[in-house]
Design a protein around this ligand. Structure first.
Ligand code: URP
Ligand code: ZN
Ligand code: ZN
Ligand code: ZN
Length: 468
């Protein structure tokens, strides 16, 4: 049978090599890689261009119910549209358990939210907020067996946080069933104490958010998460690591032979606490996220960690809230004390171009490292490799053809449903010329919708570490 598609003369980049080859696709999968492949029904000329695996964004929030009136701006339609246009072909958003809700009900709810809407493939992490005996003994083990092999636990946020004993219980389930626990590491009591002190002093503008969550609260919780992981003897992945002190704790754990994995995000490379405001103006609410962006010295530490292997994955932590209106950063249509500003910033579409531009073309990381951080490692960490995150025989034909050239980020050009980007005006040196999802063009300067063609991906157990 002829090839459905040949991507000709690609400069192929994987997590381990770069080489020139044609890529042959049949029925949505890569079936040949080599020189001078036979003609395909369709041909794409990639001469002179880098071709990477489609991105795997392993940390994003889509259509996650919030406390009224707050609502996320992106659902699975607009979220996966913007992912595709930015070179991401797999998203792993969260199915969040509300307290009192069964995990099973949470999962069913999120499948309904994604059904018929996704333009690219998706899996789910679980958020465990209520680890009842039923959840620990039955629901979680069954869901792991069904392909939900990762879950996030929170050390902060009143509606989500677990105490240390509960975290130990959840980690034990991860250990017994080969799943991966992701940890949001910030000390909730310190944050509450600092927040009250700031409020008592009238310091409630967005910029004070960063003062309520200093590096210390992340450092302490990171160390505690590492200790809990050591006690249970199970790997963990610390999400959205923001700076030096947390990095030092992770290095300490690694130096002691502990299987501690870590994630960072664009906001810790490209934003600082100053983006939350230099004065008490409300504009900075756009950049309120947790942990908050730090300073330039911390950005440099994060770059080092990306380069030297401290970080396993690079994700967006896309958490889409509008600035204008009643449902986002001004809940009810009012400027609010920072305590009530929804946390999170958009970044699905800009994640890959920012790291390619500033990391690869900026001379900070190799192309192979870029592929590892944005696609291969997230696929391995969450049990989707080698189907995702690889350019290899048998892998899904999820590919990005890169265009190296000047471009300025404008929210008007992005495809999410959020009314702003924190990177407005940021200069880029590259952008995806073409994104293929299972052999179909979803982006080539125009978005080609395929709502409902994005498939749910059950996850295998992680392959980042050797199983004992
Ligand atoms: O501020 C953030 N990061 N919001 C998203 C939720 C989370 O904790 O990742
Ligand atoms: Zn190369
Ligand atoms: Zn988090
Ligand atoms: Zn998040």
């Amino acid at each position: 049978a002829p090839l459905d598609l040949v991507v000709r003369h690609a400069h192929v980049a994987t997590a381990s090599d770069c080489f020139d080859a044609d890529i042959g696709v049949h029925q949505g999968r890569i079936v040949q890689i080599g020189a001078s492949l036979p003609a395909g029904v369709r041909e794409i000329d990639a001469r002179g261009r880098v071709v990477t695996p489609g991105g795997v964004d392993a940390h994003c929030h889509l259509d996650q119910p919030m406390e009224a009136p707050v609502r996320m701006a992106d659902d699975f339609d607009s979220g996966t549209r913007s992912a595709a246009c930015g070179g991401t072909t797999t998203v792993i958003p969260f199915a969040a358990q509300a307290k009192g809700q069964s995990l099973r009900a949470a999962v069913a709810d999120y499948h309904r939210r994604a059904e018929g809407k996704a333009h690219v493939d998706y899996a789910f992490h679980l958020i465990v907020s209520d680890p009842t005996p039923e959840v620990l003994q039955h629901e979680l083990p069954q869901l792991i067996a069904e392909g939900y092999t990762s879950f996030k636990v929170y050390m902060t946020y009143d509606d989500l946080k677990l105490d240390d004993g509960q975290i130990l219980d959840v980690l034990s389930v991860a250990r017994d069933h080969g799943a991966l626990a992701m940890v949001h590491a910030e000390n909730a009591d310190c944050i509450e104490w600092l927040t009250r002190r700031l409020e008592a002093a009238g310091r409630t503008a967005p910029r004070w958010h960063a003062h309520a969550r200093p590096m210390l609260v992340e450092r302490e919780a990171t160390h505690r998460a590492i200790a809990l992981s050591e006690l249970v003897d199970v790997p963990i992945l610390i999400v959205h690591v923001s700076g030096r002190e947390a990095v030092e704790q992770i290095r300490w754990g690694r130096a002691h032979g502990l299987p501690i994995f870590a994630e960072t995000c664009p906001q810790y490379l490209f934003l600082t606490a100053e983006d939350l405001g230099l004065d008490d103006s409300y504009q900075g609410a756009r950049c309120v996220c947790s942990p908050p962006p730090r300073d330039r010295a911390n950005q440099a530490v994060i770059w080092n960690g990306l380069r030297d292997g401290l970080f396993t994955v690079f994700s967006s932590d896309h958490a889409p809230f509008n600035y204008e209106g009643t449902e986002g950063k001004q809940p009810g249509g009012q400027e609010q004390p920072f305590r009530h500003i929804p946390n999170g910033i958009p970044g699905l579409e800009t994640r890959m171009p920012l790291l390619y531009s500033e990391g690869v073309l900026g001379g900070r990381i190799t192309l192979e490292k870029f592929v590892e951080l944005t696609a291969t490692n997230p696929a391995k960490a969450y049990g989707l490799h080698p189907r995702k995150g690889a350019i290899a025989i048998g892998a899904d034909a999820d590919l990005v053809i890169w265009d190296e050239g000047e471009r300025v980020i404008r929210n008007a050009d992005l495809h999410h449903a959020v009314d702003h980007t924190p990177y407005e005006g940021h200069r880029l040196r590259a952008w995806p010329a073409c994104t293929l999802s299972r052999g179909e063009v979803v982006w080539d300067g125009q978005f080609h919708p395929r709502a409902g063609q994005g498939r749910f991906l059950p996850c295998q157990t992680p392959t980042l570490w050797a199983r004992r």
